[in-house]
Each structure stands twice: as structure tokens, then as C-alpha cells.
Design a protein around this ligand. Sequence first.
Ligand code: ADP
Ligand code: ADP
Length: 225
Amino acid sequence: MLELRDVQAYYGNIQALKGITLSVQAGEIVTLVGSNGAGKSTTLMTISSVVGVRSGSITFQGRDITKTATDKVVAMGITQVPEGRMIFPALTVLENLRMGGYLRRDKNGLKEDEEKAFTLFPILKERRKQYGGTLSGGEQQMLAIARALMARPKLLLLDEPSLGLAPIIVENIFDVIVQINKEGTTVLLVEQNAQMALQIAHRGYVLETGMVTMSGKASDLLADP
Ligand code: ADP
Ligand code: ADP
């Protein structure tokens, strides 16, 4: 479904990615793990075209998207949940959720998808009239994922959903990721918490200083930390 070949990316003179090669098959949960600064977020941002690719290529469903603009990438079915969640504090939970609907071409079924989002995250239904700014970190992460799902992505890019959250909340969020994956959404999950990410992923890649240093089935990577 997604293929990165020898992707290199820079911030000014700093080379953040030194040749990332990886693939995601339809139906998988694939995780990118590795320490802070390894290039995980940058890899996601090259896919969504937030960061430009200096050399190498990215294909999605057989089409070259290396230089495709972010809005076109979203329209093709790739939605990113950014690090930091980006909830609008002065909009309500429901209004924030509806923002995700703007990203899609086909506006049919928006109401059903809102209900579906509230079924995945019942706490968001309770809080639907509250302002985004009043939510806890975990609730904001749930809302960020729910909003991204409103775009009906084929491939969901998740950047550190566990960041700063209590283990019980992370478990709850990961359960939902597993559920939406079972229902057909392919997931590329960036996580610093490798132990947790590899529990739910099918396969994983370990990144270090802009390179892939290990890859394989999640169970093998878990056994060989
Ligand atoms: P990770 O997500 O694995 O923590 P990043 O992709 O955020 O890693 O960062 C990869 C490298 O790029 C790091 O060396 C980081 O310092 C650098 N970097 C990230 N964002 C920027 C930026 N906006 N400007 C300059 N350097 C950056
Ligand atoms: P902003 O007003 O902050 O630019 P948008 O209205 O463009 O935000 O985007 C709202 C939501 O769209 C984001 O929270 C995210 O779910 C999704 N989104 C934003 N940027 C991207 C991207 N580069 N790739 C995929 N989805 C994105």
C-alpha cells in the first residue's frame, strides 16, 4: 500500500533522514520505534508532504506521491494525527470532530461517522458540548484520532499518541487503534514507547539517527529489544 525507498530529508543543513526504506501492506499496523531525534516524526511528515523529500521516493497504492501536496495526499486517503494533537481550544468537541469531515470529498454519511466516533470514544459524546481547551490530554488525543477518522482514511498516520498519557489511557487508545484496524484502516504508528507499540503492531521498524537499524515481525522485535 505504502512504500518508501531510500528517502532522505533535511532541515536546512541538518540531514534528518539518511535513506529510509520501508513498506506498509494494506490491513497492517506497522510501528516506527526508536529514541528521540531518530527521524520518526520526519518520516511521517515526508509521507504527508509536510516535509519535502530531497531524494528517494514514496508511493501509495502504486502512485508516486513523493512530490504530491498535503491536501492531495489527504484526498488520496492518508490522514495524519499530528504530534501535539492540535485540538482547537475555542471550538467544542463536536465542532472539532466536524473539522475532520471538511477533509473529505464525499460528504455522505458524516452524521453516521460522528456517531461511530462517539461509539469508539464514549467520553467524547459526554463532552461533546465542552470546549476543546477543557479536555484532558487523553481526551484530546482521542478527539484528534476521532477527527482524523472523519476523513475516512485508508492509511492513518499516528505520531506518538501515548505521549504524556497514563498507561491506562494509552491502553484504551491502543484498543481503539486495534479495533479500527480490524475494521479496515491501515495504521502507521510512531512511538517512543516500543514495548507498548509492538504489542499491537504486526511489524515494526527501529530507527536510529535517520536510518532503519532493525525491522521485522513485532513479536521478533519484542523478543530482541
Ligand atoms: P523523532 O520523531 O524520532 O523524535 P524527528 O523526526 O523529530 O525525530 O527528528 C529527526 C532529526 O531532525 C533530529 O535530529 C531533530 O533534531 C531534527 N529536527 C526535527 N525537526 C526539526 C526542525 N523543525 N528544524 C531542525 N531540525 C529538526
Ligand atoms: P490547521 O487549521 O491546523 O492547518 P487543518 O484544518 O488543515 O488544520 O487540519 C485539521 C486536521 O486535518 C488535522 O488535525 C489532521 O487530522 C488533518 N491533517 C492536517 N494536516 C494533515 C496532513 N499533513 N496530513 C494528513 N492529515 C492532516
